[in-house]
Ligand binder design. Structure first.
Ligand code: DX5
Ligand code: ZN
Length: 227
């Protein structure tokens, strides 16, 4: 098994200092940077759009993992591809044409991901398994950081792991991931852990050592789980 990847969500970083926050998170051991795009329509919160992603791109040397919590998705795919997203994840619930959306993301030269809200069954992604590079299991209802991990999603992670089989698909978990919950989700089959508040708490871009301690604590909680 490859090592678990930790993807800090900049939703929990200093919004006035995103470039430095991304550089600090990477310097402190982040494997990917998770970028939460919210539209105030699909989710009850607004963050930022493709222009912000484009501005962030030079500050990210690993993987820019863009989580689209927007509806509709399709009119914005080109803009996020142009912004330099490596991974572009759309929600199953964002519209009636998931298959078309994933095709369009791939055609734009970006790796497609698909995300499932906590109330959406694993089976919803069965018809598109061969189209995606990543499946994101939401372990909170999307829209805000710092929410409580929803335990019932662990069984769904395990079910998706079985459905993926030997396909080269990342299984990402997003929401309430910290050193307490990380072991359980990795045991269930996750290999990418998004963590916002659990990474960015206690530090800042100018005093980032706590980010490293937080990342190491999450990673340590997953070690040996696959053995
Ligand atoms: C929630 C976002 C998450 C969020 C996770 O809608 O998709 O990426 O930032 O935050 P924590 O880790 O604080 O639950
Ligand atoms: Zn997210």
């Amino acid at each position: 098994m490859p090592a678990v990847k930790i993807a800090p969500s900049i939703l929990a970083a200093d919004f006035a200092n995103f470039g430095a926050e991304c550089r600090a998170a990477e310097a402190q051991g982040a494997d990917w940077i998770h970028v939460d795009v919210m539209d105030g329509h699909f989710v009850p919160n607004i963050t930022f759009g493709p222009a912000m992603c484009k501005a962030l791109r030079p500050h990210i040397t690993t993987v820019m993992d863009v989580h689209l919590m927007i509806a509709p998705v399709d009119p914005y795919i080109e803009a996020f591809a142009d912004a330099g997203a490596d991974m572009l994840t759309a929600h199953v619930e964002a519209g009636p044409h998931l298959h078309r959306t994933l095709q369009a993301i791939r055609a734009a030269g970006v790796k497609p991901g698909v995300a499932l809200n906590p109330g959406t069954p694993a089976e919803a992604v069965a018809p598109v398994l061969d189209m995606v590079d990543l499946i994101c299991v939401m372990t909170v209802n999307p829209g805000f950081g710092g929410q409580k991990f929803i335990e019932s999603q662990v069984a769904k992670i395990a079910q998706l792991k079985r459905m993926i089989g030997d396909r080269p698909i990342h299984l990402e978990v997003d929401g309430g991931v910290d050193a307490q919950t990380a072991g359980r989700v990795v045991e269930a089959g996750a290999d990418v852990l998004v963590a916002g508040s659990a990474v960015f708490r206690g530090g800042s871009a100018s005093a980032p050592a706590p980010y490293g301690e937080n990342i190491r604590a999450i990673r340590a909680a997953t070690e040996g789980v696959w053995a």
